[in-house]
Write a protein that binds this ligand. Structure first.
Ligand SMILES: NC(=O)c1ccc[n+]([C@@H]2O[C@H](COP(=O)([O-])OP(=O)(O)OC[C@H]3O[C@@H](n4cnc5c(N)ncnc54)[C@H](OP(=O)(O)O)[C@@H]3O)[C@@H](O)[C@H]2O)c1
Length: 265
């Protein structure tokens, strides 16, 4: 993680799960951090911990990325502090499990805003400075759900499909400016994600730890990869599925993910 020693990293969704783990690992490597999410108390707690454990320099900026204008506020905050961002981690995101028509439209609007629009906006705004300096790295947290249709999390999977394609395409565009872009694709991971999505724990039986997923992402970005799937089984699954007809994959996923009486939707 020494690649980012004494450099500034912005991490969205740092108040929990994979974002929290990314912050800890970057602090160990000597990076300076801007932590953002909605829950200020969690961000303050993490900042205090990273300061005490690793003497990390940390700024905290709570913001709701579902609100239009929030991404611009975050960028104005870092510019106002004279912070040159060399690593942007677009990690904030959430899902919503269940039949699409039974969940509120507002939830899906917010999901597209956080998982897609804020990612595009933060990437565009921070990329300008990176290109000027010919230096910068961007990580976008996608998902194994990005590789195929996934019934009962259809909208979420589509947002992650966007994240994956956006990251891979952009990586090739900006390579000539010395900038790296990576899509990190975790499979089920032990975080607050399932509770927020309202998804049954039975879908997370073989979940990876957030620390492991974060390390996989940072190592892949350091190595110059443009995407990485965390976990060998997840890797085999997404690539094996690509060989099968798409309707078959969608139908099989529907059979596994269909809400049952045991699910607390
Ligand atoms: N866990 C999994 O199984 C899994 C699998 C594949 C991909 N992923 C992806 O991994 C990323 C991190 O998720 P996680 O698993 O670590 O889940 P998590 O523990 O629920 O963390 C999600 C983070 O996103 C932040 N966030 C959510 N809505 C936000 C908003 N409106 N504005 C600002 N921040 C917001 C949350 O902070 P606040 O609530 O404080 O705002 C939190 O810090 C997400 O993009 C997710 O799609 C997760």
């Amino acid at each position: 993680m020494n690649r980012w020693k004494n450099r500034w990293a912005v991490i969205t969704g740092a108040s929990a799960g994979i974002g929290w783990a990314l912050a800890e690992q970057l602090a160990v490597g000597g990076a300076k951090l801007v932590l953002t999410a909605r829950r200020r108390d969690r961000l303050d707690q993490l900042a205090e911990k990273l300061g005490a454990d690793h003497h990390a320099t940390v700024e905290v900026f709570p913001v709701d990325l579902a609100k239009p204008g929030a991404a611009a506020e975050l960028v104005a905050f870092t510019h106002g502090k004279g912070i040159e961002v060399d690593l942007l981690i677009n990690n904030a995101g959430f899902g919503a499990y269940g039949e699409f028509h039974k969940r509120s439209l507002d939830r899906f609007r917010d999901m597209v805003q956080v998982n897609v629009s804020a990612v595009v906006e933060l990437t565009h705004r921070y990329l300008a400075g990176m290109i000027e300096r010919r230096c910068g790295d961007i990580m976008i947290v996608a998902s194994t759900a990005a590789f195929q249709p996934v019934p009962y999390i259809s909208c979420y999977a589509a947002t992650k499909g966007f994240d994956l394609l956006f990251a891979e395409g952009l990586a090739e565009e900006v390579r000539r400016y010395g900038i790296r872009v990576l899509a990190l694709c975790p499979g089920p991971t032990d975080t607050e994600f399932s509770a927020v999505a309202g998804e049954s724990q039975r879908h997370f039986r073989f979940a990876e730890k957030a620390d492991k997923v974060a390390r996989t992402g940072l190592e892949a970005l350091s190595a110059g990869k443009t995407y990485v799937v965390s976990g060998w089984l997840n890797y085999l699954q997404v690539h094996a599925e690509r060989l099968a007809p798409r309707p078959f994959i969608a139908r099989s996923a529907a059979a596994v993910l269909s809400p049952s009486d045991h699910d607390d939707q």
